[in-house]
Design a binder for this molecule. Structure first.
Ligand SMILES: [Zn+2]
Length: 247
């Protein structure tokens, strides 16, 4: 199965969604999705990834804190690092984040010479997480912002995401609308894209997934759909490339 800008693949026994923009530029990455509608076993995904590579797993708190995985880093899986974003330029290191309606955002330089993953829920998005993240990646890896690639992954779409006025008030008018019942619809994808473009990324280097986690239950878990019974979460991963693979 595939669609605009994405295709399904398999890796290490996992069903994985890949994004054309990153694949075309030699960036190793994936989003673990439901396999034949089965629930995703998050711990099993981490074990599978960690059996191949040094893997970083986060304890997410809806912050705008991104951790840098540098040469001295030792806190790999099974440890969990308190952060909502990760970035690295260390070859062979695999970063992960997990989501179930929030936005998984991949940032990378071509060839994966530097990579980042960010968990953007409404709090992180409202806090300008990606503006900060793109700036940090550009500074840390001396990257030209116009050369950064970004994928705004599958998340809950605007029409499926009514929120209260207290959540909506932090968003600019162009990415939200009020419903007759006083609830607001917030477009997390549009706001995250806006932040990346404002940070200096090129529009052609930003892919926005057309998929909604709440609507596509054969592929995704959704907190809004499953509620307290949430059976699993999607795991996004990205790996920094090796020097010899860099072109
Ligand atoms: Zn939907």
């Amino acid at each position: 199965m595939n669609g605009p800008g994405w295709f399904l693949d398999r890796e290490g026994g996992l069903a994985v969604m890949r994004f054309g923009l990153l694949a075309e530029h030699g960036v190793r990455h994936g989003l673990v999705v439901r396999d034949g509608g089965r629930a995703i076993d998050e711990e099993a995904v981490y074990r599978s990834l960690a059996s191949e590579k040094l893997t970083v797993v986060t304890e997410q708190t809806h912050s705008t804190k991104a951790a840098d995985v540098g040469p001295g880093f030792a806190d790999f899986f099974p440890s969990r690092l308190g952060a909502d974003g990760l970035m690295t330029g260390e070859p062979g290191v695999t970063l992960t984040i997990h989501t179930a309606d929030c936005v998984p955002v991949f940032l990378a330089l071509p060839g994966g010479t530097a990579v980042g993953l960010f968990h953007c829920g409404w709090r992180g998005t409202a806090g300008g997480f990606l503006t900060k993240a793109a700036g940090e990646m550009a500074a840390r890896y001396r990257a030209d912002r116009a050369g950064l690639l970004a994928v705004i992954g599958p998340c809950i779409e605007k029409d499926c995401y009514p929120v209260g006025p207290e959540a909506a008030e932090s968003f600019p008018p162009e990415v939200k609308s009020e419903r007759p019942d006083g609830r607001w619809l917030v477009d997390l994808k549009a706001e995250n894209r806006r932040q990346l473009l404002a940070a200096g990324l090129k529009g052609t280097n930003v892919h926005v997934s057309p998929l909604c986690t709440r609507c596509r239950d054969e592929l995704f878990h959704s907190y809004r759909r499953e509620g307290a019974e949430l059976e699993g979460k999607m795991v996004a991963y990205i790996e920094a490339g090796h020097e010899e693979e860099r072109s």
